[in-house]
Ligand binder design. Sequence first.
Ligand SMILES: Cc1cc2nc3c(=O)[nH]c(=O)nc-3n(C[C@H](O)[C@H](O)[C@H](O)COP(=O)(O)OP(=O)(O)OC[C@H]3O[C@@H](n4cnc5c(N)ncnc54)[C@H](O)[C@@H]3O)c2cc1C
Length: 377
Amino acid sequence: MIGAGPAGAATALFAARRGHRVVILDKESFPRDKPCGEGLMPNGLGTLRALDVAGLTREAPPLNGIQFGLPHAPPAVVAFPEHGGERSGLGIRRLDFDARLVSALDREPRIRFHPRTEVRAVSYAPTGGPTVVTSDGELRAGRVVIADGLRSSLRHRLGWTVGPRPPHRYGIVAHWQVDGPLDPWVRITFADGLEVYEGPVAGRQRMVALLCYQARMREFGGRLEARYREIVEAIRPGLRHAERVGPVYAVGPFWYRASTVAAHGVFLVGDAAGFTDPITGEGIAAGLRQARAVVDALDSPTPERVYREAHRRLTKDPRRVASLLLRLSRTPALVARGIRSHERAPQTLSTLLGIGFGYWGFNRITPREWIRLFTGR
Ligand SMILES: Cc1cc2nc3c(=O)[nH]c(=O)nc-3n(C[C@H](O)[C@H](O)[C@H](O)COP(=O)(O)OP(=O)(O)OC[C@H]3O[C@@H](n4cnc5c(N)ncnc54)[C@H](O)[C@@H]3O)c2cc1C
């Protein structure tokens, strides 16, 4: 197992609890931070509960849904749809969340966790299982699961990387300390060529991320922190008196795919298996669900084929919803129409979120609702 982020750590825990012996390697030492919007969507909570990692979500504020809007105008308030008894997401802090997952690895007798161990290559041969080349030597394993994140150097070395696909998008993320009552909403504001995401995390902090296309990244050249602050304060005047805490991270580009997610005893999970864009806030939940699917597949006589099919099922509709939201992000007029349509039919956007979470298919939205969404009438 390579990578102890949410996808890799969850895979290791599920596999160990099914009786597999697991070696898991990560190049970092923990706790380590990860630039992220830190919204765990409600469709990830069931898998998190199945992991049964005590305290993983302690202190994480609930998320009721998303408020979509344009600057200085009232937003569309879209509650998360209820499904399988789950209605809320959680605002988690990755520094803490990932560290708690890693402590669970240390407590599991069938897992050997090696932090500060970089994997340099994974190769496979017709017989004998894949070989893993690490900074400390070579390992042979029956199966290797790679969860080394968005830019996955190991996927690249296997020749399986597709992307990044233009137009390139980037994220700039930091935290703000706020006084006052907890605001349990993710707020997404679409501005000219960028979006501002804001959501609560533990300790009275708010995560504020800017997502933007390459054209706007030039403004940040040599003045990342100052320009980040200017944009946040212009679009979120309420944060003018808040203190920014910790570093400002810049990440991207996004949109990677893998030409295959399983072959020859090597499996990809989480961002390494493909990631469209943070716009759906879905990456952690998706990684947790894939972790469960890959471990289920290991018990079958054809695990690669079973996992490839499960991965396609889990990701197909969420990817289409992400593409739709990206289209909105490039066209503020469409956002304005979507907000207008929400006033008349408040259920449609909530249903669309549910499709993105994999709760139901696109046919849940009627042709009339689609027309209303795109015309505002
Ligand atoms: C700006 C932004 C906002 C986002 N917002 C959200 C959100 O609100 N909600 C959400 O659910 N998702 C969000 N995401 C996506 C989310 O961050 C990812 O989907 C998630 O972190 C993927 O988890 P992972 O375990 O696949 O990879 P990661 O969390 O990236 O973990 C990969 C691990 O692999 C290790 N590693 C890498 N290379 C090697 C190597 N060669 N050898 C050993 N170890 C290695 C790394 O050290 C790391 O610990 C956002 C992403 C971005 C960029």
